[in-house]
Design a protein around this ligand. Sequence first.
Ligand code: UGA
Length: 463
Amino acid sequence: MRDALGLNGAEVFLRISVIGCGYVGLVTGACLSEAGHQVICTDIDAARIAQLQAGEVPIYEEHLGELLDSCRRAQRISFTADAAEAIRASDAIFICVGTPPKESGAADLSAIDHVARQIAREARTPKLVVEKSTVPARTGIELSRALKAYGKDSGVQFRVASNPEFLREGTAILDFFHPDRIVVGVEDEIAAEQLREIYRPILERKFHCPVHDGKCGGNPQATFLVTTINSAELIKHASNSFLALKISYANVIADLCEKIGADVEEVTRAMGLDPRIGAPFLKAGLGFGGFCFPKDIQAFIHLADSVGVDFEMLKATERVNKQRLDRFLDKVHKALWVVKGKKIAVLGLAFKANTDDIRFAPALEVVSRLLAEGAEVRACDPQAIARTRAQFPQVSYHEDPYEALLDADAALLCTEWDLFRTIDWARAAKIMARQLVIDGRNLYAPAKMRELGFEYHCFGRAE
Ligand code: UGA
């Protein structure tokens, strides 16, 4: 098949354009460029492109800056606000634009539609058009129809493929270079082979990645899975939804543990030792947030409803997750009695550790409800302060947790940053107005906290 592509055994790097310079687009662009491809990235946000052209990284993702610098030095990556230039300069186009939720819960696919029309209008040579953004099943069919309809005058051949990403924010670079599976949903063998070429350096460990001490130069054990486009699209939603379901399951177990007098940490640890269940994503607490799980579940439920399949267990997953916040704030109310006028230290704002992303972060909802009740909120987060300040200017922000804890009536742990794992609570006890910790991530040992004189509440660990 490589011969059918005219490759004749040679090492071939394709010219790739990436449309959309958000988390997914920038990581995809940087990693494909580091793997050896010539990459051109574009975005409708001209200010973002100007930042990237000036060598700045508009988002926080570990190692992304180093990787972009390395690609820039090798002259394998460039940025343009002119989408037409990016489209014309490439053989393969990765669509990485946003697919946010609409009021109804359905994914808003207008950005994908816009890009499709742009590609159809500007392309002069055959293109492989790859959906990287998370989209509901059957989007590929519509994408293909749009490309044909709007590109009919040029007669350019388009191949559509779905190549869902399974990157976690915070470890996205490592995830990209060390995939468990690379899923490609295609219409024909040629598209599959083009994508195999694109991922060949990663599948064959053919390069030395400058970050992670070169340890992440690819994963020969990764499964390269060729499917239909519909299946590939479904794999993404089915995977994220299943992980979210696991979290909600653990959270209900936590509620049961609290009532019965058991310890959810012990229970989920034992469950996770069964390889059929697996340990990850059984951590009980404040529940899941971020821009992926909440919106993907909604879109998946919507998709199922639209074809007459009632995905009841996903609806329950969503319901359980929404209740986590109420359960957390119940604990706050019970412990503090009156919230109005209290100084409350909120430890962690990002939706999880190692990211500056605050989209659908449980902590922000906590902050919003505390403020509405008249509390004085002082927040601490290693990365997410700037973004949160824009939304809640009335909060006082601290990079040092001890500053946030000074004179506080309570500390609410919302994000499991390492910075908070290492807090010296004996020291904190001396500077807080009241020794009260409500732990939304089960980060601390209850016995230890109580030994230090704290009133300590968490999830699913009998008091
Ligand atoms: C998630 C998936 O893990 C990725 O595979 C996927 O590619 C990505 O969505 C996406 O669709 O783009 P991400 O949103 O970065 O990645 O975050 P996760 O690390 O999966 O965490 C999601 C949420 O679940 C966080 O709020 C986290 O705090 C919460 N969580 C996670 C728990 O409450 N308990 C757990 O045991 C694990």
